[in-house]
Design a binder for this molecule. Structure first.
Ligand SMILES: [Zn+2]
Length: 304
């Protein structure tokens, strides 16, 4: 009996270490591939984007796209990628300006957008929506010593930082990806940054635990479209630059996705069957359905 127990423990331990060997944990900070994929690109004038990459390839993944806005007083950084990327961000920024980073804005709570907040000096002001601050406070990364990476300045509906050509407008338009997604407009360069409210051409990640909503998603996106009449270009969460018509299309896509889920549910289908049967890729060219199943499940739960 005893021997059998020892043996099974050994097998379990062996199994664990084999699994660990086959799937090494993602190291904090840059892998060579991810480093090469993380470039600084001019969006317009004094606004740059430090690219992230598609999170489906973890070996190349550094986090979400980062906005870099160079103002007279210093640099505004929007989203700080995964933990361990702070020095890379600073190195990339140094290639376009020698001004210091003065402000960080986090579009939302996720670790691929807030992960390197802690690597900036305490003099940097961190700004986010009030719900995002509350969500970040629940994360292990921001407990204890990590609390220095939490936002100090928050807002509820709208906030403006700076003025004239340095002006940055922060808007909260309602629930979607989470319950604290900030949309940022840089009026002088006619650019909007969407965070993960528009991450890719696929179903969004609906983070139920952080207040996300599929049912309210399209209405939230439409409010952003309504203030985007002076915008030419979008910095989005995890894809190349997009346009306002593409954002409009995304609102329509979300309406169609929710309508299709309602229809499938009314017909008595399970969430899994609904996810398998819903096809929006014929209507929406260039879209994928890699994330449809997860989104359909959350929408199902909301419709209960
Ligand atoms: Zn996210």
């Amino acid at each position: 009996m005893k021997r059998a127990l020892v043996l099974s423990v050994l097998i379990a331990v062996g199994g664990l270490s084999l699994a660990a060997y086959q799937q090494p944990p993602q190291p904090a900070g840059p892998t060579p591939g991810a480093l090469a994929a993380t470039k600084i690109e001019k969006v317009k004038d004094n606004l740059y984007m430090i690219t992230g990459s598609d999170p489906t390839d973890r070996s190349l993944f550094s986090g979400g796209n980062t906005g870099v806005f160079i103002t007279d007083n210093g640099v505004v950084v929007v989203d700080t990628k995964l933990t361990g990327w702070g020095q890379v961000l600073l190195d990339r920024i140094k290639t376009v300006t020698n001004k210091p980073v003065t402000t960080i804005i986090n579009t939302h709570t996720h670790g691929d957008h807030t992960g390197s907040n802690n690597m900036f000096p305490a003099t940097v002001e961190i700004v986010a929506h009030e719900n995002t601050k509350a969500n970040m406070e629940k994360m292990d990364a921001f407990k204890g010593d990590g609390a220095k990476g939490l936002p100090k300045k928050t807002y509820k509906d709208k906030m403006t930082l700076g003025s004239g050509k340095d002006r940055v407008d922060l808007y909260y338009f309602g629930r979607g990806h989470t319950n604290g997604d900030t949309w940022i407009v840089y009026p002088s360069v006619r650019v909007m940054q969407t965070g993960d409210m528009f991450a890719w051409k696929d179903a969004p990640l609906l983070d139920k635990a952080n207040g996300g909503s599929g049912v309210e998603y399209a209405a939230t996106v439409r409010k952003a479209v309504a203030v985007a009449n002076n915008v030419d270009t979008l910095i989005v969460g995890h894809s190349p630059l997009r346009t306002v018509p593409e954002l409009k299309e995304y609102a329509q896509y979300m309406d169609d996705l929710v309508a299709a889920v309602k229809q499938a549910k009314a017909a008595g289908k399970s969430a899994a069957d609904a996810a398998a049967s819903i096809d929006l890729m014929t209507k929406y060219k260039g879209y994928k359905k890699e994330r449809q199943t997860g989104a359909v499940q959350v929408i199902y739960d909301e419709l209960k």
